[in-house]
Write a protein that binds this ligand. Sequence first.
Ligand code: HEM
Length: 407
Amino acid sequence: MTTGPSLDLLDPAAFDGGQPHDAFAWLRDNDPIHWHEEPNGPGFWVVTLYKDVKLVGRDATTFSSARGIMIPDVAGALGDSQGAPQMMISMDAPDHKHYRRLAVPDFIPKAVKEMAPRVRVLAAQIIDGVIEEGECDLVTDIAGLMPSYVIAEMLGIPRADGVALYDLTERIHSTPDPEHPEAGMTAVLEMLQYAHRVWEERRAEPRDDLSTKLAHATVDGEPLSEVDFGMYFLLLIDAGGDTTRNLVATGMLALLEHPDQLGVVRGDLDGRLNTAIEELLRWVSPVVYMRRTARRPTVLGEAEIAVGDKVVMYYGSANRDPRAFTDPDVFDVTRWPNEHVAFGGGGPHFCLGAHLGRSEIQAMLGQILTRLEGLRIAQQPEWLRSNFISGVRHLPVEFKPGSRVAS
Ligand code: HEM
């Protein structure tokens, strides 16, 4: 094997300005199941080929989620399964199935379709909030508000709380930040305290919302405990927040940087937006990776994986694999078919919010592209400091001031 580019996938700096696509390309060609050292851990396998990412994601019998989905083994709330409460994203069958089904009815296409008019109203209100100004931060003033408003309405909590909770998720994903090593766990605890109050309120006084359904749900005939409720609540706020935000904001950045492609979408918004959204998902791949842990010895490519090894799927790499996509480094908003893995490789943990996310993205981009005339980048973007979630965290833009439309 030739020596590859030096690459530290644990260093958030490797993701400043986008995912390290040159290094991923080298790994796919030369070392597709790459062993990566880990300063405070045993190391992990880096899976970069599309076919292997799908294989690992779908084979939940060999590759477990129960030791956590982020690379570091975290004792307690977010990762270690040794008796600690879990989010369903870190569970295996049969528990995972039992927990996932509790929220499925609210995320199936029919439910998302019924909510779509409301999502469009929220998108219009968000643009109303900035349109008279002629300038804003596309991330914090537009893209970030959408997922927090939507999940707040679904859970039946005030919008402002949805925004505040969502800010906490960014703190969770930005860690480990060497300057604030405790920030992630503090944010988790703040969220759980909030969830505790919601659980008490809904147990005492049921309402017509997802929080009430979860507070009164049963698994194996047993009511969901307050802690289980908290973990579920945290997951729902967390999973849809900066993923959707980053797709909208970083997707808009990609469109503004490719004016020809922006012109193609704008030329026939009704006909092309949905196809373009799939290309934005492939291009941006907001979730950098998901981890699994081998629960039996196996062979992946030429790598011999031992029991307990961490196996990490890099979605951004799979989505640029020329073995799966023609000209993968070309941003083509008309690309079809586009079987990207931005929502996962299709296994049991496939994104529960994929339909909802698409609906939010469609509403938000529809508003941005039709109402913000002369939209342009005012200052270079600042990227999120994270090796887990990719995208811009600030994108100052300017546009022609316009009028509000929503009530
Ligand atoms: C652009 C937006 C989004 C992206 C790129 C995204 C991506 C992902 C990915 C990669 C996974 C893991 C899949 C796997 O391990 O196989 C996941 C899981 C999940 N997502 Fe999303 N997601 C997005 C939006 C949302 C939204 C809006 C929600 C709604 C709250 C949501 C809720 C979830 C949940 C609950 C899981 C865990 C599912 C399970 O373990 O069964 N996501 N998502």
